[in-house]
Structure formats: C-alpha cells, structure tokens
Design a protein around this ligand. Structure first.
Ligand SMILES: Cc1ncc(COP(=O)(O)O)c(C=O)c1O
Length: 380
C-alpha cells in the first residue's frame, strides 16, 4: 500500500517538474475559457423551461437504465425533436459526449473494419477506439488525401471490412475545421462510414446552428455527435445516426445499456436549448462579430493566424512559460488557462482563448491589451 502511494506521489512530482501538474480551481475571472459559446447555460429562457418541466412533474433522476424503467417521455421527445432538427434518421441521447464517443467507437466498428482517425480527435474517441476490435490508423491532422491513401493501402493488403473515418468538424484546441466534403466523398468511394464530432460547432455554425455537417446528416453512412454541454448550455450528447446503427447501439453499447439514463430534466432543458438555437439566430451573429474582432486583433498585434472560429489558440510552446503567462492574466481578472501536453502535443503548449457571449467587446479589447503586455514581459 505504502509503495503504491509513493509511486503515485513520484508521478505527481514528475508532472510538477514538467509544469504539467493540474489541480481544481474555483470559478474566477472574466470567462475566456468556457464552451458556453452563445451564453445559453444561464439564459433566463432556459431556466424558465427547467422550472416549467419541474412543475409538470419531470423528475430530476431517471431511476434506471433506458432499457429498464429509465426511458422517460422527455428522452423520447428530445430524440424525436433532435432527429427532426438535425435531419437525421434517429438520435440517441447519452449522458455525456465522452460516453457517446466511447460507446460508438467501441461498439460499431467490427473486427474486420478499419478506423481511420484524425490525429487530433478527442480523448473520448480514443478511448472508444482503444476498446474496439477493429484496427486503427492515426492520420496527419486534416489531410484528406492521407485518409484516402491509408484506406487504399489497407484494401491492397487484404482489408475486407468497412473503413470508419473519424474527425471533429471544428477542433477543440485549434479551432480549425475538417475538410468534411472531401472526407464524405472518400467515405462514399470506399464504402465507409464518416463519424463527425460536432462538439464545438453545434449551435454555432451551419444552417440554423445545426453544425458544419448539416448538409451531410441523414446520409446512410454518416454519424454525427452533437454534445449538449457546450453551445447548447446543458449536458449530455445527441448521437445522430442511421436507424439501424442506433438500434444496434441500444442493443450492444455497454455505456448506454449499463448506465442510469440521463436526467429527464436535462433532456427537457436540451429540448428548449435546441428551440433557442432555432429561434435566436442573433446569438450566432453576435458571436460572429466577436470572433472577427479577435481574429483581426491577433493577426494585427501578434502575427497569429486567426482560427476563424470562437476558439483561438495562442501557441507559446514551453509549458512553464505558458503557465506563467496564464497565471499573470488570471491575477488580472481573466479566466484564461494554459493548455499543456498531453491535451496538446509536446512543444505546443498554448493559451486557448474561448470567445463567448459571456463577455462584451470592451472586455475582449481589455483582455487583448493585457495579453500583449504580458506576452512582452514573458518573452523568454
Ligand atoms: C470534441 C469533443 N468531443 C467530445 C467531448 C466530450 O463531451 P462531453 O463534455 O459532453 O463529455 C468533448 C469535450 O468535452 C470534445 O471537445
């Protein structure tokens, strides 16, 4: 026992020396970190919907798995409305995007299949892939030709199953977009599936806030994950899939079967959030203005390429220096975090500026002034 504890202590000390030690901190400072992009989490309309749901008797807890007594009418209503909203055949509501990614990649690809994934996909997709019986190949970030080549090589070497191409539509730490049209074409040509994680695009991009995969959803070989804890301001995740694959998940995905169903109250809140995305396009417009302002500023003042999205990385490189810069900005009242390996690759530690409607233009301009000064102070 003592030896084990000291092993853990050594590992923590090692992380500390590499400036990679993390700890939980209280909520503090002006929000340049959350994924509450269009400020739905605290919106009065969402709060009112949750209160109305409580009044009509929607319970906080589901009381069981979806396959037992936990299948509440709020889940079913949400899934039907979401299928209609996103144009998908069927939608399943999971307790989190992590669980959904883990479930889908560990359950759907078969032993004879190949998972071909972008190097920067989320940890939850990696978790599912590691548990899958299918082989997996890591592809250089956003290189559609490399996906094609990997699949052709696999076929040449006797690969008989189906390829599963896995990407994010908008990458969480770089804010750049996947070449979705080219990837859909590759999936079609190789009789494969395309799995698109829209965690950072749902509610922000695409026609009516439906995400960057809006034109592809509903195809028989496309699966799309819409997490509900970011722009939708609630929790959980909506997996949109062809009906037969969704049915398969209901029968085989362990994270869906052996887990208490998500809170019916949260399902009611997500229903309202989708309605708000539909009814309130002005939120997306306002966010677009802030994003353009930040993009112009980082290009003009720091020579940094604008990401074109609400996630703007400022890559510093060195872990310790990144932490020092973030900590200085935090003491100045900004909630800006240092993102370090293993979340991002070695040597690319960064500040991840998340632009949301929780800040106004004045606060953004002030943050950029302070950032310029702090970057100058911590040149080396
Ligand atoms: C790309 C991506 N996919 C999935 C998830 C997991 O979603 P959730 O937070 O709902 O577990 C996240 C972030 O948390 C993410 O950034």
């Amino acid at each position: 026992m003592t030896a084990m504890v000291s092993d853990h202590a050594t590992a923590l000390e090692h992380l500390r020396r590499k400036a990679r030690l993390r700890s939980l901190t209280p909520l503090r400072g002006v929000d340049f970190t959350s994924n509450d992009f269009i400020a739905l989490a605290g919106a009065p309309r969402l709060k009112a919907a949750i209160m109305a749901a409580m009044e009509r008797g929607v319970p906080a807890g589901a009381g069981g798995s979806r396959l037992l007594r936990g299948n509440h009418p709020e889940h079913e209503a949400l899934e039907l409305e979401a299928a209609d909203f996103f144009g998908a055949e069927r939608v399943l509501y999971f307790g989190s995007g992590y669980a959904a990614n883990s479930a889908l990649f560990s359950t759907l690809p078969r032993r004879e299949d190949l998972i071909v994934h972008d190097a920067l996909i989320h940890a939850s997709a990696h978790e599912g892939i590691a548990a899958s019986k299918a082989a997996a190949i890591n592809i250089v970030h956003n290189d559609a030709n490399a996906f094609d080549e990997a699949i052709r090589n696999w076929r040449k070497n006797g690969g008989r199953g189906r390829p599963w191409l896995a990407v994010e539509s908008l990458y969480s730490m770089d804010g750049d977009r996947a070449p979705l049209a080219a990837l859909a074409d590759i999936a079609d040509r190789h009789d494969g599936f395309l799995v698109i994680d829209e965690a950072h695009a749902t509610g922000v991009f695409g026609a009516g806030g439906r995400g960057l995969a809006a034109g592809l959803e509903g195809r028989e070989n496309v699966l799309v994950l819409h997490t509900c804890g970011k722009a939708l301001g609630v929790a959980g995740a909506l997996l949109a899939a062809p009906r037969m694959l969704a049915d398969y998940l209901v029968n085989r995905a362990r994270a869906f079967i052996y887990s208490t169903a998500p809170s019916p109250l949260m399902a009611a809140a997500v229903r309202e959030a989708l309605q708000m995305v539909e009814d309130e396009p002005e939120r997306r417009e306002a966010l677009k203005h802030r994003v353009a302002f930040v993009g112009d500023a980082v290009k003009g003042r720091f020579g940094i390429k604008p990401s074109g999205s609400q996630i703007q990385p400022v890559i510093i490189g060195d872990n310790a220096r990144t932490v020092r810069i973030a900590e200085t900005l935090q003491t100045q009242g900004f909630d800006i975090r240092a993102i370090r390996p293993p979340t991002v690759s070695e040597g690319t530690a960064r500040l991840r500026l998340s632009i949301t409607l929780n800040v106004d233009m004045e606060q953004i301009a002030h943050m950029l002034d302070c950032l310029a000064t702090v970057m100058e102070e911590h040149r080396k």
